[in-house]
Design a protein around this ligand. Structure first.
Ligand code: NAP
Length: 493
């Protein structure tokens, strides 16, 4: 089947793309998703306590305010409902092709189209928008013996709701944003909870509260009030980037965190185990009021020794201790710097994106990639954020995508891709901006790839990113057809 635009992923990025493209008049599009519902990461992560640590007014589309948020920071079910509602409200449902996993995409230079092989059939599209999401592929730890474990193992993003944890001896591996949310929820039910911590997290208080009926009514009847609140949150949150760009500023926040730790954990040994020894912000700063208190309960052990192997009936640490368990929950994160979707996308000359990114992910303005015509990546390289809402980044990228497609239409060109030079300049600039930031302060984190380069986080303010993406820049691109035939020349070399 021939379509104009193929969007891969029906999470915030893919739904946002479908909505904004349709509003801009690009209606011949389909949204493919391997799942059976919209929502992306908010569909997949259903673990107990799953919630967002960005305020809801900002963690939502600017063009689809939601007056009914029950809390200032929402839980997963409410965010998932919001995305379903957006799909309905903006007429995206007919465009959805659920249970259609992208198996392979090939750029057909002769026809100037992408050939798409999905689990639901074959399609061709002029434009491919990849909104597969940076946090969609669970990373499983390569600990020896994991496959010999006789009990139940699952990843936090694939929660086994059919496996009752009541009275179980549960081992949790990982202490990232996911684990710190589900640990306090499961702790009261389990018989024993053994938490394997490799690196302690910096944690700040979670300042969520119920949104009153009065506030909801105000947002319903005076949309300007909600826009005002959103704008205020935007400014305050974006200003928080300063602590990441100039790490000394974060020392004040670190004191708040350590004070909370002292208040919540009285026992000196446990407190020492939980005390981070690296610059705050180098790894993602977490927010929780109940994680540290849960670890002080009788039925919890925090183990900081490394896991050497997994046996049929438990985990063995480097000091030789055997920790019995009948369930292992992996809160071990995602493939962020090596997204599996990259090995499925093949651009000019049949080269895969994984190959193009073998030395590290890079994309011009985090969105387009040299050698991959008419491919737009949402939340691509260096567009992640530690301080505010990635929905803002998605919306900035969508404005750029619409502008690029309008340019194609206006010039009669059939394809565009960034020049290698423009991409290199952009990447060098990002790398320069990264120097001196807290992410380069020496800790190991998922922000860094195998070469130690930060290919995930935007090293600045959202405002700066939006400004840089305001307009499509023809001079930084090769085009096919229309007035400029550069790409054919590029193809020849
Ligand atoms: P994560 O932040 O990558 O955390 C993974 C955890 O697993 C880390 O503690 C890591 O230890 C540990 N780990 C990984 N491999 C291990 C191994 N082989 N042995 C022992 N420990 C191992 O993953 P996540 O918690 O799922 O969060 C991922 C991202 O999703 C977050 O950073 C955030 O961007 C997003 N998220 C957001 C929210 C929210 O908004 N509240 C909630 C959940 C997730 P090290 O630290 O030592 O590497």
């Amino acid at each position: 089947m021939e379509i104009d635009i193929a969007v891969v992923g029906a999470g915030f990025g893919g739904l946002g793309a479908a909505i904004q493209l349709q509003r801009a008049g690009f209606t011949d599009l389909l949204v493919f998703d391997r799942g059976d519902d919209v929502g992306g990461t908010w569909r997949d992560n259903t673990y107990p306590g799953c919630a967002c640590d960005v305020p809801s007014h900002l963690y939502s589309f600017s063009f689809a305010p939601h007056p009914h948020w029950s809390h200032t920071y929402s839980g997963q079910p409410e965010i998932q409902d919001y995305l379903r509602d957006c799909a309905d409200r903006f007429g995206v449902r007919p465009k959805l092709r659920l249970r259609h996993e992208l198996r392979r995409a090939d750029w057909d230079a002769r026809r100037g189209r992408w050939r798409l092989d999905t689990s639901g059939g074959e399609y061709t599209a002029r434009v491919l928008i990849c909104a597969a999401g940076p946090l969609s592929e669970p990373a499983l730890p390569g600990i020896p013996g994991l496959d010999t474990f006789a009990g139940t193992v699952f990843h936090s993003a694939r929660w086994r709701h059919d496996h009752d944890l009541t009275g179980r001896r549960v081992a949790v591996i990982g202490t990232g944003a996911s684990a710190i949310q589900f640990v306090p929820r499961i702790q009261p039910a389990v018989e024993r909870l053994t938490l394997f911590q490799r690196t302690p997290a910096w944690i700040m208080p979670r300042r969520s509260r119920r949104v009153t009926r009065l506030e909801q009514a105000a947002y319903r009847h005076l949309p300007g009030a909600q826009r005002g609140v959103r704008a205020a949150i935007y400014l305050v949150r974006d200003a928080m980037a300063v602590g990441f760009l100039h790490p000394t500023v974060n020392r004040v926040a670190a004191r708040v965190s350590l004070r909370m730790l002292r208040r919540q954990v009285a026992e000196p040994r446990l407190r020492a185990t939980l005390t981070p020894r690296y610059a705050m912000g180098c790894k993602r700063v977490l927010i929780s009021n109940d994680y540290w208190p849960a670890l002080t309960r009788q039925n919890v052990d925090v183990v900081s020794a490394g896991i050497s192997r997994i046996a049929a009936d438990g985990l063995v640490t480097d000091d030789g201790t055997h920790h019995p368990a009948d369930t292992i929950i992996l809160g071990t994160g995602f493939h962020v710097t090596d997204p599996p979707v990259a090995s499925r996308i093949h651009g000019r000359g049949g080269r895969s994106l994984a190959d193009a990114w073998a030395a590290g992910m890079q994309a011009y303005r985090g969105t387009t990639v040299a050698g991959f015509p008419n491919l737009f990546f949402l939340l691509g390289p260096n567009t992640g954020l530690g301080h505010t809402s990635v929905v803002l980044m998605i919306e900035a990228q969508l404005r750029l995508v619409v502008d690029a497609l309008r340019h194609l239409r206006a010039t009669g060109a059939t394809a565009i891709e960034p020049t290698a030079e423009a991409q290199r300049h952009w990447t060098e600039w990002v790398d320069r901006r990264m120097r001196g930031t807290v992410w380069q302060a020496g800790c190991a984190s998922w922000y860094l790839d195998g070469n130690g380069r930060n290919t995930t986080v935007w090293p600045g303010y959202v405002t700066g990113y939006r400004r840089r993406l305001r307009r499509f820049r023809p001079a930084d691109h090769h085009t096919v057809g229309g007035r400029d035939r550069n790409l054919e020349r590029a193809d020849a070399v």
